[in-house]
Design a protein around this ligand. Structure first.
Ligand code: NAD
Length: 492
């Protein structure tokens, strides 16, 4: 049976379904970028509030900004925004229907209506999971990529924006003109200081249009930082078939995730917020230390395993974790080169955290692919891995050999050919530039290092670091990823 509001009740003997009256709940959140992660994370916390605590002002209106979101629109439209969440643990599988998204808008077709919805007085929070690349953040200068075609479009065509900034600016302007106070902007993407970065980029965008209004945004709009965590792979036909065969549900867009879920959130909201503490969210004064721990250990570990693991021929992340050389590499990398840089987190032992992350990654049931971990590297590497290198370079006793081999893996991956010469597609908005430089440079990293929006002079001009990177890159090219890793492991 197809999943929708009419058929929902018929599934309740098979799995838990929302029993709150969805039509009675106001949409207090507009969410930009309804991908897999939003639906396994924020939407789940909101469902718990509605289901278990009768919260009535906080359902979600989802918005897709990209042309590719037409598929999600079609699925959401036919299913009344309902979907199946399958939690796959190492031993058990648990599934339920999520109903906390109660409307979906596809921005390319109705930009004005999306802006009006964001500006509506019932909207208290505009949240986002638009991937790291959706922020148009120049990694080297920490400024807005103001010369990007999409940003230029938004500066010139406020009536049909392409990026989050055009939408946020226009919606906040409506609030400002109406004399109201602004909604909170809440990034749920994996970025260091995700709130601070989002707001800083928005203010830069606004300054290019109207400095006075930009000052109002700087003064009045709040943007909490957060640390978000739940491994959520891309859904495939295998999962759709599983949901159909196991629960009898025809679902076009189920979500599969690991059972683990965590959200540490800074309490910084200008227009109210849901009582998230009731459902396990850690609402704290300062999330920076949590964020750094997670981005550098979990996401950094993922990236390090991803590029080297892909080149080693693995398909799934759990297979990479089970490779003894890579497993040892990740543990030693974290222990020697990453953990010593991290500020303390109350009550957390970083070695235990690393071990728990590796255990989560070893879960074969979620079938998380190495290729998913490798995509969008231009947004991820500068946030997850390169910061540890910059910090190591500033120390008198710099240690970065293991970090360098991860960068070497990424650079070799960017040629778009595996170790047998078989081509594959690089999914990254910067793919054409990156691939051209990787192919041209070969085992010499200078071509890639000269891309200034990714690498700062501090890294590019450091002779010792570049020599180490060159050494590892040559080793990856000539001996393969595992031998290159073994070689540096023997040296530390
Ligand atoms: P996804 O591919 O399922 O969805 C990504 C969404 O972002 C889509 O709606 C897409 O249209 C939108 N998007 C992409 N580029 C955009 C742009 N330039 N402007 C506006 N929208 C854009 O991916 P996902 O699994 O939902 O992950 C999204 C983000 O969530 C990640 O990049 C990461 O920051 C965060 N996250 C993901 C996971 C996970 O395990 N999947 C875990 C923690 C955090």
């Amino acid at each position: 049976t197809s999943l929708n509001a009419k058929t929902l009740k018929s599934f309740q003997s098979t799995l838990p379904v929302p029993t709150y009256r969805r039509e009675d709940v106001k949409q207090g959140i507009v969410h930009l970028g309804v991908g897999a992660f939003h639906r396994s994370h924020l939407a789940v916390f909101m469902q718990r509030l509605m289901q278990e605590h009768n919260v009535k002002d906080w359902s979600i209106c989802g918005v897709g900004l990209m042309k590719a979101d037409a598929l999600m629109r079609d699925a959401m439209d036919t299913q009344d925004c309902l979907y199946t969440l399958v939690e796959r643990g190492i031993k058990d599988t648990n599934a339920y229907i999520v109903g906390s998204i109660t409307a979906y808008m596809y921005a390319p077709d109705e930009p004005k209506a999306v802006i009006a919805k964001m500006a509506h007085p019932d909207t208290h929070i505009v949240s986002l999971t638009v991937t790291e690349n959706g922020y148009y953040h120049n990694e080297a200068t920490h400024s807005l990529m103001a010369d990007d075609a999409a940003i230029i479009n938004d500066l010139n065509h406020p009536e049909r924006p392409d990026t989050i900034y055009g939408y946020l600016y226009e919606a906040l302007l409506l609030r400002y003109k109406a004399g109201g106070h602004p909604f909170t902007i809440m990034s749920c993407d994996n970025m260091p200081q995700n709130g601070i970065t989002l707001k800083a980029m928005l203010v830069e965008f606004a300054k290019l249009k109207d400095p006075k209004f930009a000052a109002w945004i700087a003064d009045k709009v709040t943007a909490p930082n957060s640390m978000v965590d739940r491994v959520t792979p891309r859904c495939t036909d295998v999962e759709r078939k599983f949901v159909a065969d196991t629960y009898g549900i025809q679902d076009k867009c189920p979500v599969v995730a690991e059972p683990f879920i965590q959200w540490v959130l800074e309490d910084n909201f200008s227009d109210g917020r849901p009582p998230w503490e009731l459902v396990g969210v850690q609402v704290v004064k300062d999330v920076e230390s949590y964020e750094l721990m997670k981005l550098r250990l979990l996401n950094g570990g993922h990236s390090a395993m991803g590029y080297l693991g892909y080149l080693a021929g693995y398909t799934y992340i759990h297979e990479v974790v089970n490779d003894p050389t890579i497993n040892k590499y990740i543990r030693v990398l974290m222990h020697e080169e990453v953990i010593p840089l991290l500020p303390k987190v109350p009550g957390v032992d970083f070695e235990e955290y690393t071990a728990s992350v590796l255990e989560r990654f070893s879960n074969p049931a979620i079938q998380d692919t190495v290729s998913r971990i490798c995509l969008m590297g231009s947004g991820k590497m500068p946030k997850y891995v390169l910061p540890s290198i910059y910090e190591q370079l500033r120390k008198p006793d710099s240690k970065y050999k293991l970090l360098a081999v991860c960068v070497a893996g990424w650079f070799r991956y960017l040629t778009g050919k595996d170790m047998n010469g078989k081509p594959f597609e690089i999914e990254d908005p910067m793919a054409p530039i990156l691939q051209k430089a990787a192919v041209k440079g070969g085992s010499d990293p200078h071509e890639l290092l000269s891309i200034d929006c990714l690498f700062g002079p501090e890294l590019r001009d450091n002779k010792e670091f570049v020599a180490q990177l060159t050494h590892s890159l040559k080793a990856v090219y000539n001996k393969g990823p595992i031998a290159a890793v073994k070689e540096v492991l023997d040296q530390v």
